[in-house]
Design a protein around this ligand. Structure first.
Ligand code: FEO
Length: 172
């Protein structure tokens, strides 16, 4: 049985994961309509992955006799200045999510809910990986520069990353 405090903390996180999915979908749509097909593929996959995160939390809460509920949320931004601007926003959003995941972990420890603490470890590791991927993309952008040739190259690279990316099923 999950405590009310842990249930509430995870329900807030469910909203943030769903919001992340919508934010990345909106970014993907901006990229797709601004000539960045590779970046769009990458962000559509990222959006799918965030939905999987949301589902993972929902299943966990319900499996532990809690009740996962969905919440209203803000409409994601629709306009970006550049591809670099998109990925700067991805990084700051992932940093925000990392802080939020850490908060849920903290609540679980305060509640002596070590099962949830253990479950949260997966997300803690996932955040390390996600932040590192975005840092790598931004580093490459710095290296190649903001001109059209640089962005063309980055877009191709993002397309290749998207093609190689497998969104892990719920069981993993
Ligand atoms: Fe579900 Fe990218 O954090």
């Amino acid at each position: 049985m999950i405590s009310k405090k842990v249930e509430e903390a995870i329900n807030v996180q469910i909203m943030k994961e769903e919001h992340s999915s919508r934010i990345y979908m909106a970014m993907a749509s901006w990229c797709e309509t601004n000539g960045y097909r590779g970046a769009a593929d990458f962000l559509y996959k990222q959006s799918d992955e965030e939905r999987m995160h949301m589902l993972k939390f929902i299943k966990f809460v319900n499996d532990r006799d809690g009740y996962a509920v969905l919440s209203p949320m803000e409409t994601p931004p629709a306009q970006y200045k550049s591809l670099r601007d998109v990925f700067n926003h991805v990084l700051s959003h992932e940093e925000f999510i990392t802080a939020s995941i850490n908060q849920v972990y903290e609540v679980s420890l305060k509640e002596k809910d070590y099962t949830t603490g253990n479950f949260m470890q997966w997300f803690i590791n996932e955040q390390i990986e996600e932040e590192s991927t975005v840092h790598g993309i931004l580093d490459q952008m710095k290296l190649l520069g903001d001109d059209k040739a640089g962005m063309f190259h980055i877009d191709k690279e993002l397309g290749a990353m998207a093609a190689a990316k497998v969104v892990a099923p719920l069981a993993e």
